[in-house]
Design a protein around this ligand. Sequence first.
Ligand SMILES: Cc1cc2nc3c(=O)[nH]c(=O)nc-3n(C[C@H](O)[C@H](O)[C@H](O)COP(=O)(O)OP(=O)(O)OC[C@H]3O[C@@H](n4cnc5c(N)ncnc54)[C@H](O)[C@@H]3O)c2cc1C
Length: 488
Amino acid sequence: MSHAHPSTSESPVLIVGAGPTGLTLACELARRGVAFRLVEASPGPRPGSRGKGLQPRSLEVFDDLGVIDRILANGRSAMPIRLIDPDGRTSGGPTYEERPDVPYPATVITPQWRVEETLGLRLAELGGAVEFGTALESFTQSSDAVTALLRTGDQTETVRAQWLVGCDGGRGVVRKQAGIAFEGETDERIRMIVADLAVDGLDRDAWHMWRCAEGFVSLCPLPSTELFQYQAPIGGEPDLDLSTLQTIFARRSGRTDLRLHTPKWTSVWRSNTRLADRYREGRVFLAGDAAHVHSPAGGQGMNTGIQDAHNLGWKLAAGSPALLDTYESERRPIAAGVLQLSTARLAEAAKQKSIPIRSDRATTQLSVNYRGSVLARDDRGESAQLRAGDRAPDAPGLTTTTGTCRLFDLTRGGQFTLLNFGPRVEAPVRTFHVVARPAADDEIADSAGHLARAYSPTGRSLILLRPDGYVGLISDAGDFPAVQEYLL
Ligand SMILES: Cc1cc2nc3c(=O)[nH]c(=O)nc-3n(C[C@H](O)[C@H](O)[C@H](O)COP(=O)(O)OP(=O)(O)OC[C@H]3O[C@@H](n4cnc5c(N)ncnc54)[C@H](O)[C@@H]3O)c2cc1C
């Protein structure tokens, strides 16, 4: 085989891996006009339903990125759960509370490949692209650059980048080559077959879970396809052929009338719970499964990666070293919490012999917050309902000069937004003055009082929302210099 002469190029940011994490980060950078390259080892888009549950907080991220309509069109919100016992008794899943400050209260079920497709389309609209079939082989770094060796077929290329972001999954090379430990454990006794397949004779209006003494088997309809996701925990090394899947299914469900078809995609999940001991080594960052892996029970993994990318994107674009340090200090504790939550759910799954589905604020990730971060400043007391670092709540029923809207319609697009409840100020960021009746483009009226209920302002409050939808600063005293200093 002949090897072409290696070429050399430059790119400010090199993103390795185009799963949900790498694609979200690429969209974040593309919409801010930051040049990057996104390389993906696989030759084309990956099939497979994998992480099929999008949590409410990720849906807000996708609203901000401008892809929520496509996500909802290919998904199903609040999919009913049908848990079936050996005696034929059935019970249902969680209910979701409608709240004015939460635009998407329920988990959306959609195959992971649809999420990746949607983000890929958005990336193309923003002028970016995935370089499929190109793998990172190795890299070195100095104080001012990362030098990475990429391979596409028999061609190699050297890229000099300011920053390298490893979004290359749990087995990725970036973490290993950066010398970052991945502490945790692997439990070889716990495995689960996952397959995408068609089923004759089963209704598609609920996620069916049959449980028996041996374990459970579940079939979840995959919206926007003809397929179901099959899941069955098993003991030893599994066979993935159709007859094995059908036998396990019939034994655990007691249903011999349902015919499974040859799977379109199969995978075996193995229990692996690990957290990177650092998210950054010099000019190299880790995000998504490259930084944290855990059980799929609880439906957190992909969601946590998407939110890692949403946290890192605006900070990378700003490029300030102090700001970049807050990526690890804000996101690593969140992942540590996710590991605990998904481990607890896995234990529950083993005990109950079914997949525990919840709608609490930890599972929906609406309680994720960065209180105590150096980026969280306020003059409120401990007991205040909303503090700096919290997720910025939404509010419907706002009136502007162009009609009625929600707060998230005004904050969409990944910029800082200042909500000013006091006298007019001239801030260097997008500002909305909350007034009794809007007369100007930068004024909003909180006609139904939802904004006041969510933000509890005084008549002077200045509330600064970060580009990733968290409250950065609250000054109930109306201290405008504090806002200016924060933005600097
Ligand atoms: C059965 C199952 C159910 C799940 N359910 C849920 C759920 O309900 N909710 C949820 O949030 N999560 C769920 N997950 C987890 C979810 O699938 C992962 O957390 C998610 O895929 C992680 O995304 P990522 O982009 O970080 O990494 P990955 O999706 O692993 O993507 C990494 C990418 O990097 C590429 N790559 C690797 N090495 C290189 C290299 N050297 N050069 C270039 N490219 C490279 C890979 O080809 C891959 O495309 C589930 C997973 C499974 C298996």
